[in-house]
Design a protein around this ligand. Sequence first.
Ligand code: NAD
Ligand code: FES
Length: 280
Amino acid sequence: MFKIIEKKFLSENVARLVIEAPYIAKSRRAGHFIILRIDKNGERIPLTISDADVEKGTISLIVQRVGVSSHKLCAMNAGDFILDVVGPLGKATHIANVGTVLCAGGGVGVAPLFPIVQAMKLAGNRVITIIAARNKDLVILENEMAEYSDELIVMTDDGSKGTKGLVTQGMEEVILREKIHQAIVIGPAVMMKFAALTTKKYDIHTLASLNTIMVDGTGMCGACRVSVGGKTEFVCVDGPEFDAHKVNFDEMLSRLGAYKDKESENYEAYVKSCEATSLN
Ligand code: NAD
Ligand code: FES
């Protein structure tokens, strides 16, 4: 059992959970993720470790309420226990001093980007970070990102904070202004697809961290498979980061959409059961 030490909402639907997990805190590196189950009937939820405190023995996870399981997780509070937290999983980000790194995060994808920004800065790179969201209320980790970035650009689709525009517009402005040696993009799959197309035009080596459906997290079930450079890869063991210019994002988008109807059905049933419970 893993104790929740702290829970805080960063925006209306995004919560940060600090969980006691000393062994994971000690061995995790930027890019690693965990899979958790709230209880024995719970769905397996993959989440990137957004931060860790080795001395306190805690890890931080950032969760967006989108379906039944993430709603249940966000409803938990400090003092509650999570049944299983397995990790660290996946391959750590390759961190090196490459020069100037452009890190671009969209929406809740800013959370998994944070440890990479931190590690890239500590490795001596010039780090330019762009964090983008639909509106000002959805911007997360602004102060944390500012601490580890040489330059932080905030973008919103509606212009309610920072510069108005999509993350790709901000990326292109930076690329046209100065030499970028490497880019890292994390966010919704459609964002990563267009961010990859943007950097491809300028021949900038780019990594994308993929958020596919996952089940076992050990390379056995095949749920997380993606095509990268025409080859099948498993996000849980070969990733989560891949050369963004080689990922078949259209295939990934179609696989991500495959369970949408079922997820909506389950979610509606869950909302109804919550309403019925609160009426009784
Ligand atoms: P969102 O839809 O609000 O988009 C966030 C930003 O991405 C936008 O503000 C915009 O700047 C950019 N963007 C979106 N579509 C774009 C396009 N077509 N072209 C260029 N830029 C575009 O994001 P959200 O609701 O916070 O994201 C939720 C999604 O992110 C979920 O699908 C979730 O699974 C995924 N996610 C991915 C990761 C990961 O590791 N890749 C981690 C967490 C969440
Ligand atoms: Fe099963 Fe990756 S989650 S193979």
